[in-house]
Design a protein around this ligand. Structure first.
Ligand code: CP
Length: 314
């Protein structure tokens, strides 16, 4: 299967193939404007989304293809109790690839067992968000380079799926990863274990404050505290408001520091940073288009090759 479920499955070569294709598309989008004119992408979003959903839809349309959207849980037959397995089994018959966002960790891996068309995980609970990672890597490569990189990743590292996916993918490169969070929102221990196991060129450190590490950073990746994933609202209230950055926080940062955020932000980054050279988070969101175009282009091309091979064999 050509499914993309977690960033763990991506080698350095896979990542570079997608990023290089995205850079080509970024330079000349008109070259691929009709490449997938007969292809249809299915969107299955069981959780809210602005960027991921709209940029997948835009990416598919900019490749000449079209999109069908299940819509909300309320307006679909999920409301009548249809299972995820049945939903993907049915909808794969309508489309050439499926994009799935679901609140339950592991849902994309499970759904992938039931379908032959490429299934792209657009976020499974606190698990993974590998297409976000690809656009994050593209943004890092453009702004700071991916080798000899010192990155700080700050905020909700426990529930933040973008962080989990990014941390695994960065082990393919020569990076120093500094994780900054309150103790209660540290990376899950199994993720830390995995990151050490992955080894490669990466070094891992954990901190409870940004101050000591800020001056050495090339990139500071800030995340939202995932309120909706806290079992207890009181625990959220204890943490809310910590780990915010403003211009004063960044006084000791390098001039070249790139600040990223997967968005949506709530109050983690003061708007006064938006107009500085540090801010790359809107550019990051816009990079979702060339990166998702590149990914869809590669997967749809592979799949149509596979279809053709199937016909020849018969
Ligand atoms: N970054 C991200 O996944 O945003 P959305 O939830 O709006 O898709």
């Amino acid at each position: 299967h050509d499914h993309l479920i977690t960033s763990k499955q991506l080698s350095r070569a896979d990542i570079e193939t997608v990023l290089d294709r995205a850079a080509e598309i970024d330079a000349d989008p008109s070259a691929v404007a009709n490449r997938h004119a007969n292809s249809v992408l299915g969107l299955l979003f069981f959780e809210p989304s602005t960027r991921t959903k709209m940029s997948f839809e835009t990416a598919m349309k900019r490749l000449g293809g079209s999109v069908v959207d299940m819509g909300s849980i309320e307006s679909s037959s999920v409301k009548k109790g249809e299972t995820l397995a049945d939903t993907v089994r049915v909808t794969e018959g309508y489309v050439d690839a499926l994009v799935l966002r679901h609140p339950k960790q592991g849902s994309a891996a499970m759904a992938g067992e039931f379908v032959d068309v490429p299934l792209l995980n657009a976020g499974d609970g606190a698990g993974h968000h590998p297409t976000q990672t690809l656009l994050d890597l593209y943004t890092i490569r453009e702004n700071a380079g991916l080798d000899d990189l010192t990155i700080g990743i700050m905020g909700d590292l426990k529930y933040g799926r973008t962080v989990h996916s990014l941390a695994y993918a960065l082990t393919n490169f020569d990076t120093r990863q500094h994780f900054i969070s309150p103790e209660s929102l540290q990376l899950p221990r199994e993720v830390v274990f995995d990151l050490h196991q992955e080894g490669g060129g990466t070094q891992i450190r954990e901190h409870d404050s940004l101050e000591e590490i800020l001056p050495s950073l090339d990139v500071l990746y800030v995340t939202r505290i995932q309120r909706e994933r806290f079992p207890d609202e009181n625990e959220y209230q204890k943490i809310a408001g910590e780990y915010q950055i403003d211009l004063e926080t960044l006084e000791d940062a390098r001039d070249e520091l790139t600040v990223m955020h997967p968005l949506p932000r709530v109050d983690e980054i003061a708007p006064e940073i938006d107009d500085t050279d540090h801010a790359a988070y809107f550019e990051q969101a816009h990079n979702g288009i060339p990166v998702r175009m590149a990914l869809l282009d590669i997967l749809l091309e592979n799949n149509s090759d596979a279809d053709t091979r199937g016909e020849t064999d018969e």
